[in-house]
Ligand binder design. Structure first.
Ligand SMILES: NC(=O)C1=CN([C@@H]2O[C@H](COP(=O)(O)OP(=O)(O)OC[C@H]3O[C@@H](n4cnc5c(N)ncnc54)[C@H](O)[C@@H]3O)[C@@H](O)[C@H]2O)C=CC1
Ligand SMILES: O=C([O-])CC(=O)C(=O)O
Length: 314
């Protein structure tokens, strides 16, 4: 019996796209197609071949190919969209909307033509609004259009807490709600180190400083790099979400999902805890919030709505 291998397409073979391809190959999650614009076809093929040549050493079986032709992406199981421009120091993610909305729309049109049954995973920023664009353009059910933000945002929070306590990053659990912007809402109430509530281990004032560092964690990397934005941690986050889907792991991970009444919001894409399995987002978990948490989430939702209004020309 021959088993069909999974096929994963990554549109945008830049820093995040190429790094994601490598993580996916290391996890042996399937064959990988890297696609970029025709002007970059040669370097895209070069990156893919170089990566494939790493697989004998890594001891993994994954075909990795580069292309600028959407026909090569046909029948993908998962399509990851990282196409677009990244911010530079002094810019906010929202400054990217005018350029990236057009790119995400045209990419999605092509993707759905060749992979009508795929699950779309969006990274391009401003990512909550770009997930909305992919949803509207694709006509896919909401379960198959997923944005990445919360795995990364909690990974940053977990890293900073582990540094603070001098313990393993593995034992820290973080929790974040809201849009992928500086007013995202990390909930320390639901954050733990080895099952112990963080509030019992770190004084409130210090915990708030760490929360604030996590909120602006993307900007910290943008400042340090000087000419682009983070890609290792974002790529690791995409790989973890892809693994949850392709292995039908039913993991509870934060993702950007369409809200239809949950948390009191409608027609809005924003980060919430979700169940990820073979059908994509199989469930959105809704929690009771305190008045302060709800006020903070409303602010974050307003920021996302403003960007969606720009996309829609309102
Ligand atoms: N949601 C999140 O948590 C994160 C989002 N991002 C976002 O991901 C995006 C990509 O970031 P990087 O990979 O660092 O940028 P990059 O500039 O290294 O790569 C982007 C790639 O997209 C390609 N591209 C542009 N238009 C295209 C089109 N029409 N079709 C196919 N490919 C196209 C470019 O040629 C380039 O190779 C940015 O918008 C960035 O802000 C980055 C990190 C985290
Ligand atoms: O900060 C950026 O522009 C890229 C991003 O979304 C992140 O690293 O969180």
């Amino acid at each position: 019996m021959t088993m069909k291998r999974n096929k994963i397409t990554i549109v945008g073979a830049g820093f995040t796209g190429a790094t994601t391809a490598l993580f996916l190959a290391q996890k042996e999650l399937g064959d990988i197609v890297l696609l970029d614009i025709p002007q970059l076809e040669s370097p895209t093929k070069g990156k893919a071949l170089d990566m494939f040549e790493a697989t004998p050493v890594l001891g993994v079986d994954a075909n990795i190919t580069g292309t600028s032709n959407y026909e090569d992406t046909a029948d993908s199981d998962v399509v990851i969209i990282t196409a677009g421009i990244a911010r530079k120091p002094g810019m906010s993610r929202d400054d990217l909307v005018a350029t990236n909305a057009g790119i995400v729309k045209s990419v999605t049109e092509q993707v759905v033509k060749y992979s009508p049954n795929s699950i779309l995973m969006i990274l391009s920023n401003p990512v909550d609004a770009m997930t909305y664009v992919a949803y509207k353009t694709s006509g896919f059910p909401k379960s198959r259009v997923i944005g990445q933000s919360g795995v990364l945002d909690t990974a940053r929070f977990r890293s900073f807490i582990a540094m603070e306590l001098g313990v393993s990053v593995e034992d820290i659990q973080g929790f974040v709600l809201g849009g992928h912007g500086d007013d995202m809402v990390p909930l320390v109430r639901y954050s733990y180190a080895g099952g112990i509530p963080l509030e019992k281990l770190i004084p409130a004032g210090r915990l708030e400083e760490i929360v604030q560092r996590a909120r602006v964690g993307g900007g910290e990397i943008v400042q340090l790099l000087g000419n682009g934005s983070a890609y290792y941690a974002p790529a690791a986050s995409l790989a973890q979400m892809t693994e949850a889907i392709l292995k039908d792991k039913k993991r509870i991970l934060p993702s950007i999902a369409l809200l239809e009444g949950e948390y009191g919001y409608n027609d809005l894409f924003m980060g919430v805890p979700t169940l990820l399995g073979k059908n994509g987002i199989e469930k959105v978990f809704e929690l009771e919030l305190t008045a302060d948490e709800k006020t903070a989430l409303d602010k974050s939702a307003d920021s996302v709505r403003k960007v969606i209004a720009v996309v829609e020309g309102r």
